[in-house]
Design a binder for this molecule. Sequence first.
Ligand code: BDP
Length: 328
Amino acid sequence: MATKSVVMRGLAILIGSTLAMLAQGKDLVLAEVHPQGHVIVQSEELLGTRLAELSKNDVRLQLKLNGELCDETHCWDKIKAGSLDMARVNLATLAKDLPAVKLLSLPYLFRSREHMWHVLAGDFGKRIEAEADKNGAVVLTYYDSGERSFYTTKGPIRSVADFNGLRIRIQDSPVYRELIQQLGGTPVVVPYDKVADAFKSGQIDAAENNTTSYVSSGHYKFAKYYSLDAHSSVPEVLLVSKKAWLSLTPAEQKALRDAAAESSVYMKKQWAESEVQSLAKAKKEGAVITEKSQIAMVGIEGFAVKLYSKFITDSNDLNTVVNILRTK
Ligand code: BDP
């Protein structure tokens, strides 16, 4: 009798804790540097809603905004170490570890964003996934990041001479460091959430970004000369650490992949609108826009292509870049 009640009590505890675990589900923390209202955050909110629906509330997303947990370089380090579940970062952040991302970041590589999406959808995309996997990360999906262009406090960029002496904020990427040096400026690595302060204190005279971030970050208020040279179209990437990924059941993994894919479709639809609205706002508030046709691009590209010989290190890379250029 006594034995039975011990067993019954044990069973009750086991059932109780199993039910509690089921009721609790799993929380995935997603680190993000952008603020509420940014089109990327809106897409992540959709991701969270769809993940909860598809997993029947078994997996929930906890969004941490404004770089509260880490800047992008550190978020990537944490993903690799498995100490952060998820992060959305610009793919350029991975350039220091993924040779494929170095190639993808080469300036003026893509003719258009459609060209870039075609390349990512093919073998090159698989190569990025494999290299991310080796670093402890799973690529869930990509978001649009438009094209990045330069903005300065000093005056419009119209030719390569205008880079002379500019201290230009860059993301922490060896490719961008070299690009700025080639163009005659001084690269300064500053985390995204510190760029406005760097303008205020005079630490930098210029930076570069897409239209949406130029405006949502408030950089347009400090650097009103925005010259649309479109030197790079490196997309955003949504990552989950391998550790967090492997803690999910196959059904949960599917729910996460499907929700991510849906959020990406949504994001890409919203992106164009967000760019148009941002540019209109910047213009209305005094930004001076220089169109690509007003920039002496041949001179600038002449310096930029020197990066190709620096970062294309073997015949494999060369074939890869030639294939990218040939992709329709
Ligand atoms: C924004 C990207 C963000 C980058 C930021 C930057 O969305 O991921 O970190 O640029 O320049 O456009 O650091």
